[in-house]
Design a protein around this ligand. Structure first.
Ligand code: KIV
Ligand code: ZN
Length: 520
């Protein structure tokens, strides 16, 4: 099985996204996580672009470059190559990455030079880089729109000048998988004859959504190395998403006969970190790392999954660091999914007639509120079959947001909450860094549940009429993570309800565990 080298360029191509600029500490945090993910090479920046970028690449090379190879980008000019060398040289294995166009658009229109002049410039750049560092990558920018014979002539010349990696970029996302695969097959055949030690790499952009497909087609046709970014971020429509390429190979090793060294269980964590530090949301249906990537809401699918997970699941959520698949209870869920959710929250002993009453109430609530959560089922069960908790967990332990007030001002945003727990009324008021922080601090204080907020997101839905709040928390007393959502027309209420829902999930989970232990 071939091992494919993975270069991550989140900190270079990814950081080119408008508004996604990171500070030094954020870049170091991401670089460290990329190391945990076990990428082979980190492209840490473009050091000639600014003193800040130079410093960031230098710090990453010093602090993260013990096991992972570190590179940075240079145009084919001496000053850029110097900047790369002096910033990456602190790594155990530094690599200089040079880029120069090969398409006529680049040669004639962008550089206003002849093909011969550009080729000569590329060769000189490689020779200079090679005099500084043994590892040199040469990228033939816009390769997929280049004349093949000129492209090959360039590759041959820069390999003879000392390049150790040849990177074929589909710079503007022009390629299609069959054609790009064929291009890589032809280059690979010639390159392996010229010098079998030179690594053939690809770098694909996603302008028509084909970056992952083109990258995988290249691997199938002999590419040894791929360049990707976390969450597929990058210039314009982005780059090939690392998580998609890696899991594509993981799922279809049989077809690609290739694998990577990526620790796949770190994928979700890495995606979250990049998304939160860069302030770039991941689309909910994004492959592998989107919030809905392992969530099932159709009744037909839920029934199939509960009978046999492989009916609708080809990648296990745990393989990418997601806790479990999610069965979302909506009005489309069937009886099987509702019975399964009831069992999860500790209700198994009911008659068929009682279940039909519960199911009817469930549908009514699902129509009104779109998604039904486990603690909602508690309310339904208790209000429908009116047992005195003989065999179900205790409803009185759940929290309900009874009232809230938020004061937004520049100095002391503050919040007061009133929360019901059974017959008790819990109240708290607090200030925070902002309205949501004040609200969450007050809820934490009122409930007395020690927890850390891992993630908070707010999206507008229903054409902006409603807001969807999402939170993930880690509860200190059991060390477990819980994620929950809530919808409301008021953004602060959606945020508060999502938080209270997540706390209730922890309460329900603990009740069920306690009950299971008591039965054993
Ligand atoms: O898209 C591109 O061509 C690049 C090169 C620098 C590899 O980002
Ligand atoms: Zn690029």
């Amino acid at each position: 099985m071939r091992k494919i080298i993975v270069l991550d360029t989140t900190l270079r191509d990814g950081e080119q996204v408008p508004g996604a600029k990171l500070n030094l500490y954020e870049k170091l945090e991401i670089a460290n996580q990329l190391k945990n993910l076990n990428v082979d090479i980190i492209e840490a920046g473009f050091p000639a672009s600014s003193a800040g970028d130079f410093k960031a690449v230098e710090e990453i090379a010093k602090k993260v470059g013990d096991k992972v190879m570190i590179t940075a980008l240079a145009r084919a000019v001496k000053s850029d190559i110097d900047a790369v060398y002096h910033s990456v040289k602190h790594a155990e294995q530094p690599l200089i990455h040079i880029v120069l166009g090969t398409s006529d658009v680049h040669v004639q229109k962008k550089f206003r030079k002849t093909r011969e002049q550009i080729l000569e410039q590329g060769v000189e750049a490689v020779k200079y880089a090679k005099s500084l560092c043994p590892n040199v990558q040469y990228s033939t920018e816009d390769a997929s729109r280049s004349d093949f014979e000129y492209l090959w002539q360039t590759i041959e010349a820069v390999v003879k000048a000392g390049a150790t990696m040849i990177n074929i970029p589909d710079t503007v996302g022009y390629a299609v998988p069959e054609e790009f695969g064929e291009l890589i097959r032809k280059i690979n055949e010639r390159l392996k004859n010229l010098n079998p030690d030179v690594i053939l790499s690809v770098h694909c952009h996603n302008d028509t959504g084909l970056a992952t497909a083109n990258t995988l087609a290249a691997i199938k046709n002999g590419a040894d190395k791929v360049e990707c970014t976390i969450n597929g971020i990058g210039e314009r429509a982005g780059n090939a998403a690392l998580e998609e390429v890696v899991m594509g190979l993981f799922l279809r090793k049989d077809y690609y006969q290739a694998t990577t060294g990526i620790k796949t269980t770190e994928l979700k964590k890495t995606s979250r970190l990049v998304s939160s530090l860069m302030g770039l949301d991941v689309q909910v249906n994004k492959a592998i790392v989107g919030d809905n990537a392992f969530a099932h809401s159709s009744g037909i699918h839920q029934d199939g999954l509960l009978k046999s997970r492989d009916a609708y699941e080809v990648i296990h959520p745990e393989d990418v660091g997601v806790d479990d698949m999610e069965i979302i209870l909506t009005a489309r869920s069937g009886r099987h999914a509702v019975k399964n959710a009831l069992a999860q929250v500790g209700f198994t002993n009911y008659t068929d007639e009682e279940f039909e009453q519960i199911f009817a109430k469930f549908l009514e609530l699902a129509d009104a509120k779109k998604e039904v959560y486990n603690h909602d089922l508690f309310h339904i069960v208790q209000s429908t079959i009116r047992r005195d908790n003989a065999e179900g967990p205790e409803l009185k332990d759940l929290y309900e947001l009874a009232d809230m007030q938020v004061v937004i001002n520049n100095n002391f945003p503050s919040a007061s909450v009133k929360i019901k727990k059974g017959d008790e009324i819990l109240t708290a008021s607090n200030v925070g860094d902002g309205a949501v922080d004040a609200l969450y601090t007050a809820i934490r204080e009122a409930t007395g549940v020690e927890l850390n907020l891992l993630e908070y997101k707010l999206n507008s839905i229903s054409r902006g009429k409603e807001a969807l709040g999402r939170v993930s928390i880690k509860v200190s007393r059991n060390g477990k993570n819980y994620s929950s959502k809530a919808i409301d027309t008021d953004i602060l209420k959606a945020s508060a309800l999502a938080f209270v829902n997540a706390v209730n999930m922890a309460v329900v989970d603990e009740m069920v565990s306690k009950r299971e232990q008591a039965v054993v």
